[in-house]
Write a protein that binds this ligand. Structure first.
Ligand code: 26Q
Length: 815
């Protein structure tokens, strides 16, 4: 994009004056952030408009990524870099004595997601725009995103994330495109004003959906795609009649109920949540999005809906937007008088579904009562889809009454959203090779029997623009110095770094870049939470949502073990290590919260024991989020990816760490398998049971955790220390964690995530890490080879896979 420094400065001045009534000398950092962002948006705007025009003119097929979550993080630096105006803006700011880093930190994260699934959606948007594909996001403009985590007395305490407290300079409200979404009401059948016999709804509750658009700026091209997020409001505002009668509470009640739909992101990651408001959110944004698409389609192409799949493909990000399937049927049948078979044929060619989890408890199912009351007509349509499907099932599995019942979309009083998706979509994909294999061979085995052609794998990826170019500028420069530009858009070019693997100067420089990044992180944590980190120690990091299957507990038990060893044997002299954690627990997930408390209790004890003398430090980084990940990942030496094999669908932080030269310490789970395939076994630290072994133990019911306690006194000791007062004088805080490992609680058997079984292997792998790190050059060589072989894990590659196998999009070059 073209940048005119004088114009930019004039624009900046005008904005400060108009918005805040200030000149530069009076502007706060936040005023500047807002004005710089708004001025940058102005530069981006012509390309955004041109992109929209071109797509319309070209009549090309477009992708719509429907997702309840888009974990975008901050926009400013990313947009400046992608649009190519970073240097120009920096120049202007320098004249004004302003450092971009200062105003960058003024921007709140757009934390409209929980974790991996939401961040993946954000990386995909970046890649789609950069690769010049017409692909857009549709979601919810949550007023409050992922909660803000404070650690008080070692415990997680949640605070609302008021990210819109100041205005968001990147969004554009499009009131002209509002639509109405209807809930509840009574189903009627009869003549509509146009004389047709149709189903229609009376007495529905009407909610207004208003779109807010955010630009998605492609790197090194003119494409600017759109992320369209819906906000809910009441059509009638508050009730003036009630207000006049002094019934103030009730006067605003209807308005509040409407606005509550887009009020807050549910903070559950991989967990169940059968709450009515959640289904309202799902229907709200999917119905609004479909109405938006259909209105535009009818304007452009009329009502021949057989043409709809030619111009639209809709990717469903997990089951959260799956209610879009019966909603499209409803719109076509009830509003456009399309017959069932034709409507069904449109649906089957339009939707594709991505599965992100193997955890059974995370599969969404809605009680019929809730579904039917909230969406009576949509429920009727689901019933009809199910009725027809069950007939097919009887033919496909004659006399197999278990499958006939269990695979029905509606059974046991619930609507099974994943079943609805698999039956209706033309594509069903997992997110890493192992994950897809487990879906096909275990979890969705019977579905793969009836629909083998639907199943396919799309291994996840991450955008190197945000996760390398923006977040690790020194490493980016190091790369460009050696292989030139180009890797920003084709990460496979990193392979060219391999020939420097034995070049001393290269390795020295890599070591020094990592050291700088560690110093920067140390500096940040000193300011942010008064923590002191030693940049000469190994930075061993586990950052991700807190979940038992991710096994942060295994990591802590090992730290407790190391601590015992250091205290018991003063001659034991391991390399200094800093264990870094960042993790949010779902607010209602008691055991996850207890693990956070345990990490903090261990940190407290270890960090304050003189006998440890710098050999060991534990840091829990508060309120882990995208902008903090951007600081932690470039500074890490070791990437902890230690989930129980078979449980992590893919993982994506593992890829970010690899690109930034951290070595993976992990199990053969999710994308870790593909990571070591690329990096080489010798450049990672792999340990633990494999998913095949775990499946076998599960099938044989042969797991006996006590065996591991008997065999290893050191392990038995740390497990006992959970309840003997070492880390908690009351002895009760960690009792449940202890019991879940040793006895099993709440009807579960002991140690369902195989922490005790994998403990010894993990200790040995950690010993290898320590030994390898002692050889600085050898370590740097491994780091370099990780970077050089991370090309596969660009989301650009993932998007090309989706385009080729599922979406069939054409690139559109924007002039
Ligand atoms: C469902 C119903 C009600 C409320 C919340 C939810 C909900 C919300 C978020 C369920 C699941 C999620 C998020 C899941 C998720 O992030 N899965 C991760 O997806 C990544 C991208 O594919 C993978 O890399 C991770 O392995 C997977 O855990």
């Amino acid at each position: 994009m073209k940048f005119d420094a004088e114009e930019f400065k004039a624009n900046l001045t005008a904005r400060l004056r108009r918005q805040y009534g200030k000149d530069f000398s009076q502007a706060t950092k936040h005023d500047l952030f807002d004005a710089v962002s708004a001025s940058a948006l102005e530069i981006i705007m012509p390309n955004w408009m041109e992109t929209r025009r071109e797509y319309e003119a070209k009549e090309t097929r477009q992708l719509y990524y429907l997702s309840a979550e888009f974990l975008m993080g901050r926009a400013l630096s990313n947009n400046l870099i992608n649009s190519g105006i970073m240097e120009g803006v920096k120049g202007v700011l320098k004249e004004l004595n302003v450092n971009i880093d200062m105003i960058e930190d003024e921007e709140p994260d757009a934390g409209l997601g929980n974790g991996g699934l939401g961040r993946l959606a954000a990386c995909f948007l970046d890649s789609l725009a950069t690769l010049e594909y017409p692909g857009h996001g549709y979601g919810i403009r949550y007023e409050y995103g992922m909660f803000e985590q404070h650690i008080i007395d070692g415990q997680q305490v949640e605070f609302p994330d008021n990210w819109l407290k100041h205005r968001d300079p990147w969004e554009v409200k499009r009131s002209d495109l509002s639509v109405t979404v209807r809930f509840g009401g009574d189903i009627k059948y009869g003549k509509t004003p146009d004389g047709q016999d149709r189903f229609y709804i009376e007495n529905a509750e009407e909610i207004i959906a208003t779109p807010y658009d955010m630009p998605v700026v492609g790197f090194g091209c003119n494409t600017v795609n759109t992320l369209r997020l819906w906000q809910a409001s009441s059509p009638n505002g508050f009730d003036l009649q009630l207000f006049n009668d002094s019934q103030y509470q009730r006067a605003v009640e209807r308005q509040n109920n409407a606005e509550n739909i887009s009020r807050v992101l549910y903070p559950n990651d991989n967990g169940p949540m059968g709450k009515e408001l959640r289904l309202r959110q799902q229907y709200f944004f999917t119905s609004a999005s479909l109405q938006d698409l259909i209105r535009q389609f009818v304007i452009q192409h009329g009502t021949d809906f057989s043409q709809f799949p030619k111009y639209h493909v809709i990717q469903l990000n997990d089951t959260h937007p799956v209610v879009a399937i019966p909603e499209l049927m409803r719109i076509l049948i009830d509003e456009y008088n399309v017959g069932w078979d034709n409507a069904w044929s449109v649906v089957q060619k339009t939707f594709a579904y991505t599965n992100h989890t193997i955890l059974a408890e995370a599969l969404e199912k809605w009680p019929i009562e809730i579904f039917q009351r909230l969406l009576p007509r949509v429920y009727q349509i689901v019933e009809e889809i199910n009725r027809r499907f069950v007939i097919e099932l009887r033919q496909k599995f004659p006399e197999d009454y278990y499958n006939q019942n269990h695979m029905a979309i509606i059974h046991d009083g619930k609507v099974y959203m994943a079943w609805l998706a698999i039956h209706s979509c033309f594509s069903v994909n997992g997110v890493a090779e192992l994950h897809t294999k487990i879906l096909k061979e275990q979890e969705l085995k019977n579905w793969a029997v009836i629909y083998p052609e639907k199943f396919n794998n799309k291994t996840n990826g991450v955008t190197q623009r945000r996760w390398l170019l923006c977040s690790n500028p020194e490493l980016a420069e190091f790369i460009t110095k050696r292989i030139g530009h180009g890797w920003e858009k084709d990460l496979s070019l990193l392979k060219g770094l391999e020939k420097f693997a034995d070049d001393d100067a290269t390795l020295e420089e890599l070591i020094s870049i990592k050291h700088h990044n560690k110093e920067r992180l140390a500096e940040y944590l000193k300011h942010a939470q008064n923590e002191f980190l030693d940049p000469d120690s190994i930075f061993d990091t586990q950052v991700k949502r807190l979940h038992e299957y991710k096994r942060q507990l295994l990591n802590v038990l090992h730290i407790m073990y190391l601590y015992n060893k250091i205290v018991e044997d003063p001659t034991y002299n391991p390399p200094a290590r800093t264990f870094i954690f960042g993790a949010k627990a779902a607010s209602g997930y008691r055991r996850a919260k207890a693990i956070i408390k345990l990490i903090n209790s261990v940190a407290d004890r270890v960090n304050n024991d003189r006998r440890v003398g710098g050999k060991l430090r534990v840091v829990f980084v508060e309120n882990y989020r995208v902008s903090v990940a951007e600081k932690i990942i470039p500074a890490s030496d070791v990437s902890e990816q230690i989930s129980t094999a078979g449980y992590e669908a893919s993982g994506t932080s593992n890829m970010k760490f690899m690109m930034n030269g951290a070595l993976t310490l992990g199990t053969l789970d999710g994308a870790n398998i593909e990571i070591v395939e690329e990096a080489g076994q010798e450049n990672a630290f792999i340990f633990g049971l494999t998913s095949d072994e775990i499946i076998k133990i599960n099938e044989e019911h042969s797991y006996n955790p006590q065996k591991y306690l008997d065999r290893s006194p050191a392990l038995a000791k740390v497990v006992r220390q959970l309840v003997d007062g070492t880390y908690d004088s009351t002895g009760h805080l960690f009792e449940e964690i202890h019991n879940s490992l040793v006895y099993g609680v709440e009807g579960q058997r002991a140690d369902i995530y195989y922490i005790l079984a994998d403990f010894d292997a993990y200790v040995k792998a950690q010993e290898k890490v320590a030994a390898a790190y002692a050889d600085k050059k050898g370590w740097a060589r491994k780091a370099l080879l990780n970077i050089a072989n991370s090309g596969k894990f660009s989301s650009d590659r993932t998007i090309e896979d989706y385009v080729r196998d599922i979406w069939k999009l054409q690139k559109v070059n924007i002039k």
